[in-house]
Design a protein around this ligand. Structure first.
Ligand SMILES: [Zn+2]
Length: 378
């Protein structure tokens, strides 16, 4: 990596509009400043598009996330820019001109940029947020479980993790998803691994093909695709989060060395230490996003594969709009201020496992005054 090359990165790295386009792709790189691979990947692809004068059948935007943190090669200065996208914060940053932190200022600029794009175009919007991880990993995709997202990610032969948003407060993609746009996160590899840049490039080209902005026949003869065209074998497609180790303030957390993302682990296996106490796995599965850096809120997740049966069943339930059934159950109420939200009293509806809400397309579970709030995706 050559961080000095990123010193003059602008908020809008590139924009291309095509008046006939029905799709708009928005790529975001470096929302975490210590993850420059996405920006390098975007720069390489854009250079090739310009050099070969490729005619894109889409509107295309490449945006940079945390400009200040990118220059300093740190995840963030004061707060994580990818944890600020709650309605309360957005209300705040759009109604004030002075900001409490560098990240609030960055968020206000990025928000304005995204709003401009949404106001300029119509049709389908596809948002892709490019990241890397602190541990070694094969590339993977994270999405909120909407049918639109599922359809778009079926173009990629990569592991797909559903519903990590339920464990994170205020990631950008959750905010985007709530408007019903396609939104996916791509994790390209370890922060400093040069392969992560190549993986980003490959993924960006693949996304352009998946959105029918370019054809395979146009790209292949140009020799612009890195040789490691992504194909991750021996891994199931869809995973869900089965467990999470969330860090408390001032906790002295250390992962045991040597875990790679997606390594298989057994229940009770030693995973980490916290203030010199051993932490064991609560369930068997695969280790996911083990924390090997200082900044971060989650020590690790454990993921398990989702069956094809469940995926098909949930897709059928949603297509048939069967979610109305949930509202007649005891302890479940429609939120009057949000047609897509259900309020659940956990004391009455304890028999309804979170998994059932997932089946009907409800994902985000928030606890507010002792009630659960589930928001429907599609
Ligand atoms: Zn990241």
């Amino acid at each position: 990596m050559q961080p000095h090359l990123l010193l003059d990165v602008k908020r809008t790295i590139y924009s291309h509009t095509n008046p006939k386009a029905t799709k708009t792709l928005v790529f975001i790189g470096g929302i975490h400043g210590n993850e420059p691979a996405g920006i390098y990947g975007l720069q390489h692809v854009i250079a090739a598009i310009c050099k070969h004068k490729l005619e894109l059948q889409c509107n295309l935007y490449a945006l940079a996330g945390n400009l200040n943190a990118i220059q300093k090669n740190i995840r963030y200065e004061t707060t994580d820019l990818n944890r600020l996208w709650t309605h309360e914060n957005i209300q705040k940053i759009t109604s004030q001109t002075t900001f409490n932190s560098q990240e609030e200022k960055e968020q206000a600029e990025l928000h304005e940029c995204i709003q401009d794009i949404l106001n300029t175009h119509s049709g389908t919007f596809i948002f892709i947020d490019l990241h890397t991880t602190s541990s070694e990993t094969i590339p993977f995709i994270t999405i909120s479980d909407s049918l639109k997202n599922r359809a778009f990610v079926s173009n990629f032969q990569l592991p797909i993790i559903l519903g990590i948003e339920e464990y994170l407060d205020g990631p950008l993609l959750t905010y985007i998803n709530e408007f019903g746009y396609i939104a996916l996160g791509f994790e390209a590899g370890q922060h400093e691994d040069p392969e992560a840049v190549k993986n980003c490039e490959t993924f960006i080209w693949q996304a352009l093909m998946a959105a029918e902005a370019l054809t395979k026949h146009t790209i292949e003869p140009l020799n612009v695709l890195p040789k490691n065209f992504l194909k991750v074998k021996n891994l199931g497609t869809f995973y869900e989060i089965s467990d999470r180790y969330h860090l408390k303030k001032e906790e002295n957390f250390t992962m045991k060395p040597g875990f790679k993302n997606f390594d298989t682990i057994q229940k009770s296996q030693e995973i980490a230490t916290s203030n010199s106490t051993t932490i064991n796995a609560n369930v068997s599965g695969k280790i996911f996003m083990p924390l090997y850096q200082k900044q971060g809120d989650d020590g690790f997740f454990i993921i398990t594969e989702i069956s094809t049966f469940w995926l098909k069943l949930s897709s059928m339930f949603r297509t048939l709009n069967l979610h109305h059934v949930l509202r007649i159950l005891p302890g479940v109420q429609q939120d009057k201020s949000n047609a897509n939200a259900l309020i659940v009293n956990p004391k009455i509806a304890a028999f309804l496992a979170t998994k059932i809400f997932h089946l009907f397309g409800y994902r985000k579970k928030v606890l507010k005054s002792e009630k659960w709030y589930f928001i429907k995706r599609d």
